[in-house]
Design a protein around this ligand. Structure first.
Ligand SMILES: Nc1ncnc2c1ncn2[C@@H]1O[C@H](COP(=O)(O)OP(=O)(O)O)[C@@H](O)[C@H]1O
Ligand SMILES: [Mg+2]
Length: 374
């Protein structure tokens, strides 16, 4: 798929901007702080309903404005669709598809698919486990938009279960009457049901991603691997694979953890506590890999995501936000060659020289709130 037109109103630094787009490569070039990332962040938002830079919507709305609107025309094969998202921080966001407002924002998921490379990606390797969980879960949702519902069910159940545990912990500490724990049993089942579905998807994704990541790493840094993706579940590892087995495993682990959970007032078992261990050779990349190796690893994970999504039918838009300046000449060239054949590739760079030669294509100058074709 590709985006044929992007239109923003009160999004980030833009009061209004219209950007016609073609398939192939488009580069946005301009000095720092001129609004290049803001453009591609909006494209990414259409694909994930979130920003790759911030956790909430508020910073996405232009300072002083009440709401932001992202509009895009999208073409997949013969089919064209118009999507519109209205961001209302603190209130419900709204969506329209082909001018119909009988849809929820979540219905937009799956129309635009992106694989976004950004300087922030280094945190995939060096950052907290939450970064890697988000990577997995966003890719799961891109593969299967229905999973957005399962993810939010899980988050909701987790929140309510934590509230319950917290009051149990308080009651215990203050010597009040002990709580009726049968309510907790019900929450355990809800948590394990949504958790098992998410877990099954993560395990399936990792199995699929493993060979693709190893291949991509080899292409970026020949002889530097192998890389291994290892899932470390908080409910214990082992043979559990089917959703039913994972459910049982989660229920058992919750049973074992209960005493400790009531003491601490927080849910200690479940996908929200799991870790994706990234190994380079025999060692974990985090804490051991060099800066360059960590970069190659992060890029390999994104390239593997791209391979996976395109193999499953709907080719995603590739977004490379200011990444070439971060890389040495060899990695820069390899990466550029690997992404060049993409159906649509959006690149941002501070100067023309940061855009590799194989990525020649349309070019926009971004300065003073304007985006101009050159
Ligand atoms: N909500 C907002 N309202 C107004 N301006 C914003 C908002 N969020 C970010 N900006 C401005 O956008 C600019 C950064 O844009 P960005 O796209 O990140 O730049 P770059 O071209 O370096 O990628 C900054 O000058 C920042 O002040
Ligand atoms: Mg930027």
């Amino acid at each position: 798929m590709h985006v044929t037109h992007l239109s923003l109103a009160d999004f980030r630094s833009y009061a209004r901007v219209e950007v016609p787009l073609e398939p192939g490569v488009t580069a946005f070039v301009g000095a720092n702080g001129q609004g290049k990332t803001n453009l591609v962040e909006a494209v990414g938002y259409l694909a994930t309903l979130g920003s790759h830079r911030v956790a909430s919507d508020a910073p996405l709305v232009r300072m002083g404005a009440e709401r932001a609107v992202i509009r895009a025309a999208v073409t997949q094969g013969e089919r064209s669709q118009l999507i519109e998202l209205e961001l209302n921080p603190g209130k419900a966001n709204r969506a329209r598809i082909n001018r119909s407002s009988q849809v929820k924002p979540r219905d937009v998921l799956g129309i635009v698919r992106t694989v976004l490379f950004a300087p922030e990606d280094l945190a995939l390797v060096k950052g907290d486990p939450g970064e890697r969980r988000r990577f997995l879960d966003e890719l799961i949702t891109a593969r299967s938009p229905r999973m957005a519902g399962v993810r939010s069910d899980y988050e909701r159940v987790l929140k309510q279960r934590n509230t319950l545990l917290k009051s149990a912990a308080m009651a215990r500490r203050h010597g009040g009457r002990s709580m009726d724990l049968s309510t907790l049993d019900v929450w355990d089942q809800h948590l394990a049901r949504a958790g098992a579905e998410l877990l099954a998807r993560r395990l399936d994704l990792i199995a699929t991603l493993q060979p693709l990541t190893d291949k991509a790493y080899e292409q970026l840094a020949p002889g530097g691997g192998p890389v291994t993706l290892e899932y470390r579940g908080s409910a214990g590892g082992g043979a559990a694979q089917t959703r039913e087995e994972l459910y049982e495993q989660l229920m058992d682990a919750l049973g074992e953890a209960r005493k400790q959970e009531i003491e601490r007032g927080v849910t200690l078992v479940g996908p929200h506590r799991d870790e994706l261990l990234l190994k380079l050779g025999e060692m974990p990349a985090k804490g051991y890999a060099s800066h360059g190796e960590s970069w190659s690893y992060a890029l390999a994970l994104r390239l593997a995501s791209y391979d996976l999504l395109r193999a499953e039918g709907n080719e995603p838009v590739l977004v490379l936000d200011d990444v070439f300046a971060e890389l040495d000449a060899r990695r820069r060239e390899r990466l550029a060659e690997l992404v060049a054949p993409g159906e649509q590739v959006l690149v941002t760079a501070a100067v023309d020289d940061d855009v590799p030669g194989v990525l020649a294509g349309a070019r926009y100058r971004v300065a003073d709130g304007a985006v101009e074709h050159v």
